[in-house]
Design a binder for this molecule. Sequence first.
Ligand code: TMP
Ligand code: MG
Length: 297
Amino acid sequence: VLAIWHQLTKAEIPELAKCSVLMRDRSRVEDTIYAMQRAGAGRLQVISDFDMTLTRFAHNGKRVPTTHNILDHRLLIDEDCSKKIRELLNTYYPIEIDAGRSAEDKLPLMVEWWTQVHELLIQQRIRKELLAQAVKESSTMLREGYKVFFDRLTEQQVPLLIFSAGVGDVLEEVIRQNNVFHPNVHIISNYMDFDQAGVLRAFQGQLIHTFNKREGALSHASGLRVLQGRPNVLLLGDSLGDLTMADGVSEHQNILTIGFLNDQMDERKELYVKSFDVVLVKDETMEVPNAILKYIT
Ligand code: TMP
Ligand code: MG
């Protein structure tokens, strides 16, 4: 019977046979997808990271900005601040993606990075009313096929939890401007706290960085009513820290994790294949998640 299932998914999801798709255990992936298909859309939830997962990593050889980097706009911050934020990125991003260091080792350094950037942003007294323009004038881009992804989940009434260590206000504006901020989209992120005049004065709640998503999952995601009774999870991420985004799902049954390997391919391939069920190497599209969703729902 198993062999028949495998042929079934292979025939129905030819995208999984592409050479950019790596799997540690192909038959387990197929069994999971098949089990999710049998349970149906009503038992499914999708949990996704945002920066470099729903947004592209690069376009025409140029890096696409993350939500933090969208704030690097002269309307919002001055040149000196911009320079400092870039220096921090150059210092800490290589640490974030270093395959030779453990998550525990990276954790305090990520707190340092995020804390310093948020402090700098607060000093700039950023005005809420200018965020939309900064997003409009940025080169941010969602992955090719994003519309099919968001629209299908909405049609099938599958909740999409976007779990981001980026800046929530900017993230919302990006998906709003792309016309995919649908009612089934729920967001956990770092939200700005503005004073009555609309000037940034702090960030709300517990800081979320790349390696503490587990805490966020347990304290926030687990309480979301719309996610209850949906034990099957499709998880999308680009960082190993994203794997903990589903830790708040109680009584989960089937979890399929998809990891975008955007950068440092050779150094990280082995680790990614060991950690994610499906690894997409240098794939700037939503083709594979879309094909899986089309089959499941
Ligand atoms: P994510 O959880 O939505 O992927 O957002 C986190 C990413 O943001 C992470 O990969 C690092 C990136 N980042 C910047 O690009 N600039 C910054 O200043 C900070 C603090 C994070
Ligand atoms: Mg990311």
